[in-house]
Design a binder for this molecule. Sequence first.
Ligand code: ZN
Ligand code: ZN
Length: 624
Amino acid sequence: MNGCSSSILKTLRLKNPKLLLLESCSNLSDLKIIHGHMVRTHLVLDVFVTSRLIALCVGTPLFKNAASSLVYALKAFSQVPSPNLFMYNALIRGCSDCENPERSMALYIDLCRLGLVPDNLTFTFLIKSCTRLFSLVSGSQSHCQALKRGFDGEVHVQNSLLHMYSSLEDVEAAGRIFRSMKFLDVVSWTTMISGFCKCGDVGSARRLFDRMPERNMFTWSVMINGYTKAGRFEEAIELFELLQQEGVKASETVMVSVVSSCGHLGALELAERAYNYLITNGLSLNMTLGTAVVEMYARCGSIDEATRVFEELRERDALTYTALIAGFAMHGHVQKALHYFSKMLDAGIVPRDITFTAILSACSHGGLVGKGKEIFDNMKRVYGIEPRLEHYGCMVDLLGRAGKLEEAEKFVLEMPMKPNAPIWGALIGACRIHRNAKIAERIGKILIQLLPEHSGYYVLLSNIYAKANNWEGVNIMRGMMKDKGVKKEPGCSAIEINGKMHRFVMGDKSHPDIHKIEKKWEEIVMKIRLVGYTGNTDEALFDIDEEEKESALHRHSEKLAIAYGIMKIGAGAPIRIVKNLRVCEDCHRATKLISKVFNRELIVRDRNRFHHFKDGACSCLDFW
Ligand code: ZN
Ligand code: ZN
């Protein structure tokens, strides 16, 4: 027995000061000793003292192992002949925080059976347990119980109901509670905002946010994160600017959302501002934030900066490494991706399944078939990670890109799970690169079944039939497209000028400078024609892209973005463009020539990867 315990015992013997002794107890083993003495001296029969013992057991943060303390409390409780409400409340509270919150329900039923009358605390923690259980049914039942007993108007109960309905995405019920609440504090407002954000209704969330009398850091964090999750990245950044204007210092959590928004937008200037904010405000680049920054720079096309930040981080985990490796993959730097992958293994960091997605996609972009196969085999054998569909997709892409189409098809047919559309899509993409109409036709048919809404595959098959003079086939495809009302996703390219995103959508003339931009594009075309640009040539056969064919009036959006970049961005500075779809062959050809004629570096992020255009060539080596 240690000194502390013996002195406690001494006090117990000398004074028997029931409570004082219990309250001074700071760990479970001391508490057990005291409990033992209470049993021997029949002190356990004192309901008040035993209540305190139970409450102490479940509610003291000093007790490091909350789970075993709770188990002990439940054991002590089971020996109490006639437990009171105080004990039940303490235990329901304890259960609401533990691994098995469903115990709270059993305790509640038990206390009702004994004829005890629950109070507001009972319901507060009972409802919290339902939230932890993700059970809307139990939650509504508890709500009914609170209503029946007249506690549904009590502020703590209301707050926990609000939290329950918001967390479980019943935003209507949450709204009813919110409107009925007489006392709304910053927590209630934030909970309601978070409920709206969870359902993706950021508009309603923002309206409440603007109406709030006061906000705390958590409120800002919920709202900014809500925008990021909803893919409304610019609004996330605007709100971050508002936060700065109001003189509030952003937390690390807020910055993770901001940094990730900059990365999604591919806005390097905004990214740099966000990074400077972190540095000047002394925010620590912990693992999550550090990883987000690495990913942000990689996605903004600055892989060097991503590497520099990565090297300066004090701590890195598998996700940090994965962010950098995925960055190298997107930029087509396969050797660097492999280098950091082995560095990660040397550092004793166990790769996660997404690490393999990143490294396999790097091998695929780099055409390293052997290496890719080796890594894929090691996944399960060495690291015990069962390959998922994504990993199979990477392998199909790897084999397909390298021209091993038959092997890739065989690989798909022998997969242990049913191949999904992206897998077949990877294979058909390879058919496009290697111009293999035979396999493409086979797979096109499968893809039309799987993705009837995707226009590209009808177009592909119709083109293949046309080439083979199979006009019946062409008509069938055209008819199917019409029947299904297949629509193409509009192509959209964005360019950042002075921290503001300018967006060009094919066929949309709403940009204020659109006439100047179109004139500029005509000028550009004249210049690149002199070095051999011929405009849209016939590549119809393998056109499986989602984008509409362009015409003189409807240009692909990146052409306008490039023209605008040449107008607005000073000579010598690279032009960075982010596009939602895959770059088509014509735009790719034109951009290569522009990089040469205008002596400009152009960095284009498309759906699949980065293209660095320089001196008339592209980093993808025309395979993308
Ligand atoms: Zn194009
Ligand atoms: Zn390229």
